[in-house]
Design a protein around this ligand. Sequence first.
Ligand code: ATP
Ligand code: MG
Length: 408
Amino acid sequence: MQSDEYLLAIDLGTTKVCAVIARVISGDDLEIIGIGTHPSEGMQNGAVVDLERTTRSIESAAQKALATAGVDYARAWIGIAAGFIQSYNSRGSVAVLQGQRGITKADIRAAMRAAVDLKIPPEMEVLHVIPRGFRVDDISGVRDPEGMVGNLLEIDVHLVCGRKNDIANIGRAAQAAGFRIEGVILQPIASSMSVLSQEEMDAGVAMVDIGGGTTDIAIYKDGHILQSRIVLVGGDLITKDLVSFLAAPVEHAETIKKNYGCAITAATDDAEVIEVQRIRPRPPHHIARSNINFVIECRVDQIIEQIRKTVLSVMSVDDLVAGVVLTGGSSLLGGLVEKVQRELGVGANLGIPGGVTGFTDIVKSPTCATAIGMLQYALKERKRVRAENGKIAQRVYKKTCDLLSRFF
Ligand SMILES: Nc1ncnc2c1ncn2[C@@H]1O[C@H](COP(=O)(O)OP(=O)(O)OP(=O)(O)O)[C@@H](O)[C@H]1O
Ligand SMILES: [Mg+2]
């Protein structure tokens, strides 16, 4: 079997582990041939707390995907988003030797290395180094400096780092499940690849993946990522709020959220009442739907404030010319798109993963945005490595210099 014929993505969500396998067609297109999910067990806020259970969750999701595809494959890309992730914007510079020779790839790498070295605490490991723009001498806004003549090369980068031990534990679980890790990807960067267009990234957009345990945010402008953030609030907290408010069993609170939940209380008819089951021995009771939605709306307000804060850390909300693209399971909550639109005063829409063939009826759901984006990212990364004939000076850059194909 030619191992480059396939790509396997394992998205370690806080609610579910989602594994998707694709066949790479003619080196360029992805055909989804298998998908498997398993409840995410053994992890808390994206970090491993029980190695054995995490291993089982990965193994079960991945084996289901492989069985559907009828393929035996043991290499995987792992998608993570957790409290142990930190993002920074950094700048690195390098004097260009023999100024008249023109800037080389090696100069660009040296500038990137300088940007990385400046920022990273020893307990952290670099996951992504994403170029945001270059400056050659006093000319800023340079998109690709290779071949230009200059004395000083500066690079702005977005760095995503994770605590080494937490990443190592995820690696151990994946290996124990029988997979060799081909790469690790931050979930919002992956989701962005599947739901955002280049036009949106150029115009200014916030990709917001509201999952179970986390809300992952990535802000783009002028074609570059400006900020990424993992907020430890997601749809599972909404369910928990309803469990407390209604004294209902978790499964029932989850059903109520999905079937009756709305992020805008004012949109609910005050007279509408629904029957709610409660944790036994309490009998069921009737409650106004608007009261339920008020509880939901409070938590949604908190999530929207985090989106606003993240945008404001790099630009004005008005700079989101392409608005907010919402994805992740919780983006399906009733009224959410409209609520985001109202509160932030910019356009908002659902991001449905695209750009693949195969099991599209299943994967064209916001809950699959991360796994699909991971495959697209992984394909791009494979191509980049191949284009460089695998000649990458340092291993760390092999797995980190994403989106470099745009520059190199
Ligand atoms: N129709 C729906 N309405 C409201 N919430 C929903 C709906 N469908 C799914 N959800 C919620 O989406 C969440 C799961 O989303 P998703 O599958 O994207 O999570 P995840 O990827 O495992 O988590 P994370 O990305 O936070 O690590 C759960 O909280 C679930 O209740
Ligand atoms: Mg997710």
